[in-house]
Design a protein around this ligand. Structure first.
Ligand SMILES: [Zn+2]
Length: 288
């Protein structure tokens, strides 16, 4: 079963439970993880910082297959300050790279560019200090561009391509809209959006939150009531709108989505509202 169908079924079930959500919103949901400052090290640099023939040791697995947080940490030093105990991520990579937030960069006194992870050419210089030695690199410090990891199957279903930018809305107490979020597609990736701590703090976002991919043109048809699951048909939900204002006008009839509008005995219905309801196939029911 694909994501689209799952989204439509979940929307349907939630509708029956009285929670109105659109299938599109569910379909476009992406898990969010917050990346704290971290470094990736080349095997040579692991040896410089931690000792000859040293290899990183795993502390915990990360969500992307094969990636892990190492037990090892380093200090990132800058002209104005330093960041202690910065986590090393493994396994070691070809190029050493440190990813910090803009807030971190201000503390260090440097201005790293916003980059896709792995693209460090002409990025900011960085000094790393480990228990066995230190490194001064002419480039390697970046602020990571918000991005979404996904498999080719996910990309098909979201109708996006590797390298494309999208907008993502993160709902919550202080909702934020992130623009220019990079799509990264690989069959090694699990679906997950990565943002840095500045972006997360702006929206009170924690790892485990979700974002909604905002698409220019909605591609999912919104007819959840006709979804067929194997041979079992889900009955359409009978939705009722309870109208509580004193005057029910034509504009109300037009804006209310439900086909049945329930009003109290004190509510006045304009003649035009009655006609419009008839035209649109909506019923107005009085409750005594
Ligand atoms: Zn990532």
């Amino acid at each position: 079963m694909n994501r689209e169908m799952i989204a439509r079924i979940v929307a349907e079930v939630m509708g029956q439970l009285g929670e109105k959500v659109s299938a599109e919103a569910l379909f476009d949901t992406i898990p969010v993880a917050v990346s704290a400052r971290h470094v990736h090290l080349s095997p040579e640099h692991v040896e410089v910082l931690f000792g000859t023939e040293y290899e990183l040791t795993k502390k915990s697995d990360l969500s992307q297959p094969g990636q892990f947080a190492a037990n090892e940490t380093v200090v990132i030093a800058g002209p104005k300050g330093s960041l202690e105990r910065v986590r090393v991520l493994g396994p070691s990579r070809q190029l050493t790279q440190a990813e910090v937030s803009w807030t971190d960069a201000m503390k260090l006194g440097v201005k790293p560019p916003l980059r896709e992870s792995g693209n460090i050419q002409d990025s900011a210089p960085v000094t790393l200090i480990g228990p066995s030695g230190s490194l001064s690199l002419s480039e390697g410090l970046i602020i990571a561009q918000a991005h979404i990891h996904m498999s080719p199957t996910d990309a098909d279903q979201f109708q996006v391509k590797n390298g494309e930018y999208v907008k993502v809305k993160i709902h919550g107490e202080r909702p934020i809209l992130l623009d220019k979020v990079l799509i990264r597609v690989s069959d090694r990736y699990n679906l997950e959006m990565h943002i840095d701590t500045d972006e997360a703090n702006a929206g009170f976002v924690k790892t485990g939150g979700t974002g909604e991919l905002i698409r220019e043109t909605k591609s999912v048809p919104h007819t959840p009531s006709s979804v067929v699951v194997t041979s079992q048909k889900i009955a359409p939900v009978h939705q009722v709108h309870e109208f509580k204002q004193k005057l029910l006008s034509r504009e109300h009839i037009q804006s209310i989505e439900e086909l049945e509008i329930v009003i109290g005995k004190g509510t006045i219905v304009t003649p035009l509202a009655k006609d419009t309801a008839k035209e649109l196939g909506k019923t107005i029911t009085f409750i005594k």
